[in-house]
Design a protein around this ligand. Sequence first.
Ligand code: C2O
Ligand code: CU
Ligand code: CU
Length: 479
Amino acid sequence: MPHGIPRRRFLQGLSGLAGASLGVPASLGQEAPRRLPIPPLLDARAQGGRIALVAQAGETEFWPGVASATAGYNGSYLGPTLRVHSGDEVRVRVTNRLREDTTVHWHGLLVPSEVDGGPHNTIVPGAHWEPVVPVRQAATTAWYHAHPHMRTGPQVYAGLAGLLIVTDAHERGLGLPSRYGVDDLPLVLQDKAFDRERRMVYPGGHMHAMHGVHGNAMLVNGVPRPFAQVPAGLVRLRLLNAGNARLLDVAFDDERSFHWIATEGGLLREPVALRRLSLASGQRAEVLVDFSDARAVGMVSLMAAGRSLPVMRFEPQGAPGPSAAVAPRLASWDSRPAAQTARRRRLVLGSGGMMMGGMGGMGGMGGMGMHTIDGRPFDMHRIDQRVRLGDTEVWEVTATGMVMPHPFHIHGVHFEVLSRGGQSPVVEDQGRRDTVIVDETVELLVHFGQPASERAPFMYHCHILEHEDMGMMGQFTVA
Ligand code: C2O
Ligand code: CU
Ligand code: CU
């Protein structure tokens, strides 16, 4: 293996009970593949610094002739790609046309909690939410998604998610592939469960409550296993794992290497050559893939026992040429000195506790209290941590109970991974992050540069959305 993904994690994430739903029924996937759709691009600057989103219910034909009930922003499934510019303020207007409460969270933006869109920024049906969102961070691939109290799993699953691209002058000056939908492709990766009639369902039951909802087919931008025509050259892929729970391990079926250039928090200092990249729910990565050989290739998610799950195909157009050069330096940014941390906190993620609330609420999945942090389920009315604005802290995050990797996410911050399992972080831990896989204990160096009020605190939680909805979440103020 070219880099240090722990073997243990790979097996844990993909074997066992959660893996049981991997088999795609023969009735799925026999259709002729469809072309990859590209979500419309809404550039805030091109619209006078404004962005309008309408959360709405709809119907989507994931498979020809079979309509599923879905939801989306400005459409029936998923949302437009939003592009915002560092240094700008964006006036957003979100309208809730759903029949239930929702919120819109800017996952990856460093903004004050009052405009962050967490569970306290509720938009009731028929209402509007009009935050002014200051963009004060380096270029990155972020995303936005629904985040209502105890309903994040079902709403994101239904389709309430989209990509959010932050751009800046430095990134635009690097000469990276940047033609949206041509050589700069947004790829929203999701696994969904389809029943025998090929209708999308949100599966309930103890198994999905324990492990999070896993599907039996992979969608990219809302289409099962699509193909994309790309130039025979260097192409940038913006990967988002917007599935509710599945840990993906992205690779190509000819085992080619690619260049990893950005994490959740923006560009790496220099590109890293990889042959596989794990992507947990909520994580993003930007990679450059060289299609100069003009050969068609499939993208897959690797699974246990040498199997792999097909994700999509790429069909390069044009004549083969010499392989393309990649800029050796991408960005410079300073790591916080670990010696100057204000304090340490220890958080324990727990799962597999008692089912409380019977079969109510989560489509028969049981309820709050099954998953915890520090032994207690999430409580909207309890502040779990109080942090001083401007401080840098070390958060040590560990998991107990059922052994499985939890993608741990903190709102309003970027962090760096200091250690994993008591040792140096693995290659895939590098860069500025907002979501990290916790199976072994990790130590995170976190800088708190955004304020969070008592009225609308920031969240930290497992990004397996059913774990989050059922209590593996806490909240904190920054003041
Ligand atoms: Cu992507 Cu608190 O969420
Ligand atoms: Cu977030
Ligand atoms: Cu979890």
